[in-house]
Design a protein around this ligand. Structure first.
Ligand code: NAD
Ligand code: DAU
Length: 356
C-alpha cells in the first residue's frame, strides 16, 4: 500500500489507527485523513503525528457525503486502500437525533463506495475496508456469541445505520466486484475516547467527584477491547484479509456494566487514591455510582466469536482488561489539557485558527 485514505481519522479509533499505521505497522507511504471535524473529531489527537510525518500525513477537512470531494481526492492521491471509520458513533445520540446517523453512516458510505468504484474500475490490487460494529447482530440472551453468519437484527438507529452501510459495502462487492472487507468489532476503550462513552465518562466524572451514571440495573453485558488491539486487527485484515470477507473482532472480555464501572473505580483508587483527591470530599469512588433511567431499547448482551480472525489471520487481543483499564485511566490522568479542551470546546477555537 502506497496511498491510504482514512475517513474519520480525527476521532477516537481513527486517530489511534493512524498512530498505529505510522508508528507500528511499517507503512512507508502517504496517508490522507478525511474528517468533517464534528464534535467528536479533534485534530489535536494527531498534532504530534502531523509534525513527525510531515509530507506523508495529509489532513483534509471535509464531509464523506460530498461525492465531488471524494472523487477529487481519489484522483489527486491515487489511493490503493480506504479505511472507513467516519461515522456518527454514539447510540444515545442516535436515539435522540437519528438524522445525522442516516446521513453520515449510510449516505456517506454510499458516496465513498461510488468514488472507489469509479476510480478503481477493474482493479484487484486495491481494498475498501469498512469498520463496523457488533451491534448490527442485535441483542443476545444469556448464552451464545455473534458469529460472522449471525443474521442481522439492528435495534437502535445507530446500529440500523451501520447495518445499512454493511449491506451497501457487500452489495458493491457482489454487483461490481469491488475488493471490500468488513470488520464487526465490540466495545473499544483507551486513549483519546470522547467522554460521552461509558468508560471515559466514568473516569472523568469520578476524577471530578461527580455521579457515575449506570443505566437500568447495570447488568447489561458488553465485550471490551483495548483500542490498539482493534487497530492491529484492522491492519492485519487490510494486509492479509480476503476480499469479500467479514471478520468479527473482540476482546474475549464480557463484563456487566456495573463491573466495568467498579473496575474504573478500582484503577482510580490505585492511581489517585480517593483520600488524596479533594473533589471526593471524604467519599470513595464507588460511593459515586448512581443508577439512572435505562437507555430506551437497551440491548442486553453482546458477545463476539472472533475465532475466524484468529484462525485465518493469526490475530488475538494482546491487552487484558485489567492492564488496559489501568493504561486508560493513567492516560486521562496524565492529559488534563486534552480533557479541558474537549470539555470546554476550546479545541474548536484551535480548529478555527488552523483549519478554516
Ligand atoms: P468517533 O465518534 O470517536 O469518531 C468519528 C469521527 O468521524 C470523528 O472524527 C468525526 O469528526 C468524523 N465524522 C463524523 N461524521 C463525518 C462525516 N460526515 N464526514 C467526515 N467525517 C465525519 O467514533 P469512534 O468511536 O472512533 O468509531 C469509529 C468507527 O468505528 C465508527 O464507524 C464506529 O461505528 C466504529 N466502531 C466503534 C466502536 C467503539 O467502541 N467506539 C466499536 C466498533 C466499531
Ligand atoms: O459494541 C460496539 C459499540 O460500542 C460501538 O459500535 C459504538 O460506536 C460504541 O459507542 C459502543 O456502543 P455502546 O452503546 O455499547 O457504548 P456506550 O459506551 O455508550 O455504553 C456502554 C454500555 O454502558 C451500554 O450498555 C450503556 C451503558 N451506559 C452508557 C453510558 C454512556 C451506562 O450505563 N451509563 C452511561 O452513562
Amino acid at each position: 500500500m502506497n496511498s491510504i485514505l482514512v475517513t474519520g481519522g480525527a476521532g477516537f479509533i481513527g486517530s489511534n489507527f493512524i498512530r498505529h499505521a505510522f508508528e507500528k505497522s511499517g507503512f512507508k507511504g502517504r496517508l490522507v485523513n478525511l474528517d468533517k471535524l464534528t464534535y467528536a473529531g479533534n485534530p489535536e489527537n494527531l498534532a504530534d503525528m502531523a509534525r513527525a510525518c510531515k509530507g506523508r500525513y495529509v489532513f483534509v477537512k471535509g464531509d464523506i457525503c460530498d461525492f465531488k470531494l471524494a472523487g477529487r481526492l481519489f484522483k489527486k492521491y491515487k489511493f490503493d486502500a480506504v479505511v472507513h471509520f467516519a461515522a456518527e458513533s454514539h447510540v444515545d445520540r442516535s436515539i435522540f437525533g437519528p438524522k445525522d446517523f442516516v446521513e453520515t453512516n449510510i449516505h456517506g458510505t454510499f458516496a465513498l463506495l461510488e468514488a472507489a468504484r469509479s476510480a478503481w474500475t477493474g482493479r484487484k490490487d486495491v481494498r475498501f475496508h469498512h469498520v463496523s460494529t457488533d451491534e448490527v447482530y442485535g441483542s443476545l440472551g444469556p448464552k451464545g456469541k455473534f458469529k460472522e453468519t449471525t443474521p442481522y437484527d439492528p435495534r437502535s438507529p445507530y446500529s440500523a445505520s451501520k447495518a445499512s452501510a454493511d449491506h451497501l459495502v457487500r452489495a458493491y462487492r457482489h454487483t461490481y466486484g469491488l475488493p471490500v472487507t468488513i470488520s464487526n468489532c465490540s466495545n473499544n476503550y483507551g486513549p483519546y475516547q470522547f467522554p460521552e462513552k461509558l468508560i471515559p465518562l466514568v473516569i472523568l466524572n469520578a476524577m471530578e467527584g461527580k455521579p457515575l451514571p449506570v443505566y437500568g440495573d447495570g447488568k447489561n453485558v458488553r465485550d471490551w477491547l483495548y483500542v490498539e488491539d482493534h487497530c492491529a486487527a484492522i491492519w492485519r485484515i487490510l494486509a492479509k484479509g480476503r476480499p469479500g470477507e467479514t471478520y468479527n473482532v473482540g476482546g474475549d472480555c464480557e463484563m456487566k456494566n456495573i463491573d466495568v464501572v467498579r473496575s474504573v473505580c478500582a484503577a482510580l483508587e490505585e492511581l489517585l487514591p480517593s483520600p488524596e483527591n479533594p473533589a471526593l470530599r471524604g467519599r470513595n469512588y464507588e460511593n459515586l455510582i448512581t443508577f439512572v433511567k435505562d437507555r430506551p431499547g437497551h440491548d442486553r448482551r453482546y458477545a463476539i466469536d472472533f475465532s475466524k480472525l484468529r484462525r485465518r489471520l493469526g490475530w488475538r487481543p494482546s491487552v487484558d482488561f485489567a492492564g488496559g483499564i489501568l493504561r486508560t485511566v493513567r492516560w486521562y490522568l496524565d492529559n488534563p489539557g486534552w480533557i479541558k479542551n474537549v470539555r470546554t470546546g476550546a479545541y474548536r477555537k484551535w480548529l478555527k485558527r488552523n483549519y478554516s
